[in-house]
Design a binder for this molecule. Structure first.
Ligand code: ATP
Ligand code: MG
Length: 293
């Protein structure tokens, strides 16, 4: 019986939402983003999706307005630092929305190390994470809270440094800033309220199983090739994450065999070159849609 709805909070639009929609749709949900749509009901696992701002997701889950949510680890850490008596837990990392929370300073400035931040002003949208980092490093600095456009602060001299999310570093470069210190690395995570009942918990487990199958398949490839029997152990050294290959007889050929294998790590051109160097031929690399453990 699935009477209660499983409630899932997602970012409505932004850097998390595209990855969330893509991942969930591969798990058989049919989610579409639309401008004025804040609630999506799905028959799949009897779920309700709440589409809200990412900042509101940890609070929604913590206060039992939602059972689970997808949020950046940075947003989760900021929330739990501010709310030490929270009811949240991280269920699993989701492998997208990779970025890092970093302190950055003007390229041509005098701040060259963490200690140079003493007595300075740092602009950020993540005051709790920054406060925690500064305390751990015994640095006393003033924190200026801004909810966006943080990179502007040093330019207009209201702060000496910033603490913000970085992915490629292009925005920092455009604003003549350079990374001084990475506070932590972040990616999207599935969070849950620790106190959900057993019915909801089993539906979360089913969802996590589906998510994990898609995540595991994402970097995995199914490889088929022909090779001399004698080279199979070398082949296993070359192929990353390759476990127990299937070896098949080739009609009319006693020296070569067909090998089928699942590789759990990325296959790059240099891997193919190495395979060819040990005599592999007829190499096929195929994507895998889902991988059930
Ligand atoms: P909202 O309107 O929902 O409050 P926002 O503008 O605060 O959105 P986004 O910029 O969409 O938030 O970022 C949401 C989350 O995506 C961040 O908290 C972080 O975890 C992740 N993120 C931010 N920047 C990047 C990036 N450049 N690449 C990948 N992930 C990122
Ligand atoms: Mg936000």
């Amino acid at each position: 019986m699935q009477n209660q709805r499983l409630r899932i909070a997602l970012q409505k639009s932004g850097k998390l939402s595209e990855g969330c929609f893509e991942l969930l749709n591969k798990c058989s949900f049919k989610l579409r983003s639309s401008k004025n749509h804040y609630l999506i009901q799905s028959k799949e696992l009897n779920t309700s999706f709440y589409l809200i701002r990412d900042d509101d997701i940890p609070g929604f889950v913590d206060s039992d307005a939602s059972d689970i949510g997808i949020v950046g680890e940075n947003g989760y850490f900021e929330y739990i630092l501010e709310n030490p008596n929270h009811n949240l837990e991280v269920i699993t990392k989701l492998g997208f929305a990779h970025c890092r929370l970093s302190i950055a300073v003007p390229e041509e400035g005098t701040i060259k190390s963490i200690n140079d931040l003493h007595g300075k002003t740092i602009a950020t949208s993540y005051p709790e994470s920054l406060r925690d980092f500064l305390a751990k490093h015994n640095v006393e600095a003033k924190i200026l809270v801004m909810h966006g456009s943080v990179e502007l602060a040093p330019k207009i001299a209201i702060a000496d440094a910033i603490c913000d999310l970085v992915s490629t570093g292009a925005t920092l470069k455009e604003n003549a800033l350079v990374e001084l210190e990475v506070i932590f690395e972040s990616e999207a995570v599935l969070i849950a309220n620790k106190n959900v009942d057993t019915e909801i918990r089993s539906r979360i487990d089913e969802l996590v199983f589906r998510l994990q199958s898609v995540i595991d398949a994402r970097d995995s490839k199914y490889i088929m090739l022909h090779i001399d029997k004698a080279q199979i152990s070398k082949l296993q050294e070359i192929l990353p994450g390759c476990e127990s290959p299937t070896v098949l007889h080739l009609h009319g050929n006693d020296e070569k065999v067909a090998v089928h294998v699942v590789c759990k790590e990325g296959i790059f051109w240099d891997t193919i070159t190495k395979l060819k160097s040990i005599g592999a031929s007829s190499i096929l690399v195929l994507p895998i849609e889902k991988m059930m453990a």
